[in-house]
Design a protein around this ligand. Structure first.
Ligand SMILES: Nc1ncnc2c1ncn2[C@@H]1O[C@H](COP(=O)(O)OP(=O)(O)OP(=O)(O)O)[C@@H](O)[C@H]1O
Length: 221
């Protein structure tokens, strides 16, 4: 379970202070598919970065599976992020100079694991996302929807409990977007992964378990 309590985030640049999040309290039970919605600039990505341990709140606490994140040391934090969290971004963030399977293997490079095991695990998840036949392709040889499926394979290859997706269909046409959503639902239902997804798409959000809406850094349920 992810538990955010009294989260405030203030960005300070020169003289300007931006209150990006104000007193945010969210609990995401294990296995939930949660959507985060709200207009541009309301704090959605800030929130996802905090849940993803990529940024820390100015005040308030983040707890993941009973562990208080602020009590963790940097090394522990990096290991936790690598093991428990999978990230999916709007613009895929694949490495164009690596082929599909090498992209998928990347998160496993930080683990003590043989090349053979890495390869086996990457093949398994590529099969899961329906792309084993594109293993040796380069990202530039794939469609947007295929790129996002590779990115999802990379996010799940290390078996994380939690998938964080920041507008995963934002760069895709509706057909490819639907395919990616279908895959996320499958991972949620069949593999029981917790998913937190930022989206601007009302239809897609309605198909998830719950929507938390934001306006100007505040939750508006
Ligand atoms: N690194 C930063 N430094 C200063 N201000 C920032 C920084 N990142 C975000 N902000 C500000 O914090 C607020 C929330 O930004 P955030 O990116 O979380 O919004 P968002 O809801 O994800 O927007 P979008 O839908 O456009 O991606 C905005 O006012 C933004 O300008």
């Amino acid at each position: 379970m992810i538990k955010l309590s009294g989260i405030n985030k203030i960005y300070r640049t020169n003289e300007i202070e931006t209150l990006a999040l104000e007193n945010v309290n969210i609990e995401v039970p294990k296995g939930e598919f949660l959507s985060i919605m709200g207009p541009s600039g309301c704090g959605k990505s800030t929130l996802l970065n905090i849940v993803g341990l990529l940024d820390s709140p100015t005040s308030g606490t983040v707890e993941i599976d009973g562990t208080l994140v602020k009590d963790m040391k940097d090394k522990q934090l990096a290991a936790f992020r690598n093991k428990e969290l999978g990230f999916v971004f709007q613009s895929f963030h694949l490495i164009n100079s690596l082929n599909v399977i090498d992209n998928v293997e990347l998160p496993l490079l930080y683990r003590k694991m043989s090349a053979r095991d890495r390869n086996r695990m990457a093949r398994e998840v590529l099969e899961r996302v329906g792309l084993s036949h594109r293993m040796r392709h380069m990202p530039t040889q794939l469609s947007g929807g295929q790129c996002q499926r590779v990115a999802i394979a990379r996010a799940i290859v290390g078996n994380p409990e939690i998938i964080l997706a920041d507008e995963p269909t934002g760069n895709l046409d509706s057909k490819m977007g639907a395919e990616v959503m279908e895959l996320l639902h499958k991972l949620n239902k069949e593999d029981k992964r917790t998913i937190v997804m930022v989206t601007h798409n009302e239809e897609q959000a309605k198909q998830t378990d719950r929507i938390v809406r934001f306006f100007d850094g505040r939750q508006v349920q």
